[in-house]
Design a protein around this ligand. Structure first.
Ligand code: OAD
Ligand code: ZN
Length: 261
C-alpha cells in the first residue's frame, strides 16, 4: 500500500527535524524484519498466535530458560524454526537506511529485540541486540561460544560443546530470563549522552525497557516517531505516527532527506 498523504506530511516534518539532529536512536522489533519476509511474534502470521505447541504447552513455556535447563530439545526445536526463517532471508531497505544514516549523523544507535542479526549485516555499528543473536551459541557448562552461520550445519541438535561435551544453546534471551547486564549498562550510558530524536519501528512495545525510552523522550521534549502499520503501546504517545511499513517509510524518509539537504 502506498504511503498516505498524512504519512507524507509527517515524513516532511521529521526530515526538517533531522536536519538539526546529531544523535539518532532507533528501537526496532520483528516488524522491521517482516519486510524481509520473516514472521512476527504477534499479529497476522505471528509465531505466537497458536495457544499451544505440539507438546501441549504454551510457547512461552516451550521457549523458556527453565525448559532449556530441563529439556533442551523442546526450546531448540522452536529456536531452530525461527533460525531457519532468518537464514532464508536477509536485511531489507529499512535496515540499510538506518546503516546509511551513520554517514550523516554523529551517532546512530539501534536498540533491537530481533535475534536475526540483520542490523549488523546491513552495516550498523552501534547495535544493542538486547535479546541476543541466534548466530552465536554457547556451552551451558563451560561457557565456550562460537558463531554459527546456519544451524543446518550442526551435526546434533542440541549440539555438544567441543571443549567439554556438554550441551550448547543459542545466545538469546529466553522467556523468564534476565536481560544481559552489559547491554543494559551500554543502553543507560548512551541515554545519559542524550538523543535528538527517537524512532520506534515495527514493535508492539510490550516490554517496559522498549516502551520507556519513547516515554522518557516524550517527557523530555525529544521528538518521537513510530513507524508501524498497527496500533501499539506507544502509538498514543509519539509526536509522529506513520502507518506505512518500515522499508517503504524509511525509503521515502531518506529520499526526502537527501533531496532537501
Ligand atoms: P511483535 O510480533 O510483538 O510485533 C510486531 C510489530 O510489527 C507489530 O506491532 C506489527 O504491527 C508491526 N509490523 C508488522 N509488519 C510491519 C512492517 N512491515 N513494518 C513495520 N511494522 C510492522 O514483535 P516485537 O514487538 O519485536 O522476545 O516482539 C517483542 C518480543 O516478543 C520479541 O523480541 C520476542 C517476543 O517474545 C523474545 O523472544 C525474548
Ligand atoms: Zn563446554
Amino acid at each position: 500500500m502506498p504511503l498516505s498523504a498524512q504519512d507524507r506530511i509527517n515524513i516532511e516534518k521529521i526530515v526538517e527535524i533531522l536536519r538539526d539532529c546529531h544523535r539518532v536512536f532507533f528501537i526496532t522489533g520483528a516488524g522491521i524484519s517482516a519486510d524481509s519476509g520473516l514472521p512476527t511474534y504477534r499479529g497476522i502470521g505471528g509465531l505466537y498466535n497458536t495457544k499451544e505447541t505440539d507438546e501441549g504447552i504454551p510457547i512461552e513455556i516451550a521457549i523458556s530458560g527453565e525448559m532449556m535447563a530441563q529439556n533442551p530439545s523442546i526450546p531448540w526445536k522452536y529456536l531452530l524454526h525461527i533460525e531457519q526463517s532468518c537464514r532464508s532471508a536477509t536485511f531489507n531497505r529499512a535496515h540499510e537506511i538506518i546503516s546509511f544514516m551513520q554517514n550523516e549523523f554523529e551517532n546512530v544507535w539501534v536498540l533491537t529485540q530481533n535475534v536475526d542479526g540483520f542490523h549488523r549485516k546491513a552495516g550498523s555499528k552501534h547495535v544493542i541486540d538486547i535479546h541476543g543473536d541466534l548466530s552465536e551459541i554457547y556451552c551451558m557448562l563451560c561457557g565456550f561460544s562460537k558463531e554459527i552461520d546456519d544451524y543446518s550445519s550442526l551435526e546434533d541438535i542440541p549440539p555438544r560443546c567441543e571443549k567439554c561435551d556438554s550441551l550448547m544453546r543459542p545466545n538469546v534471551v529466553l522467556f523468564g530470563e534476565q536481560l544481559p547486564s552489559g547491554k543494559c549498562e551500554m543502553l543507560m550510558n548512551e541515554w545519559q549522552e542524550g538523543f535528538d530524536i527517537v524512532f520506534s519501528v515495527g514493535t508492539t512495545s510490550i516490554f517496559p525497557y522498549i516502551a520507556q525510552p519513547v516515554l522518557y523522550a516524550k517527557h523530555s521534549g525529544i521528538p518521537t516517531v513510530e513507524i508501524n502499520p498497527g496500533e501499539t503501546n506507544v502509538t498514543n504517545i509519539v509526536d509522529f505516527k506513520i502507518s506505512g511499513k518500515a522499508a517503504e517509510t524509511l525509503d521515502a524518509l531518506w529520499d526526502t532527506y537527501q533531496n532537501i539537504s
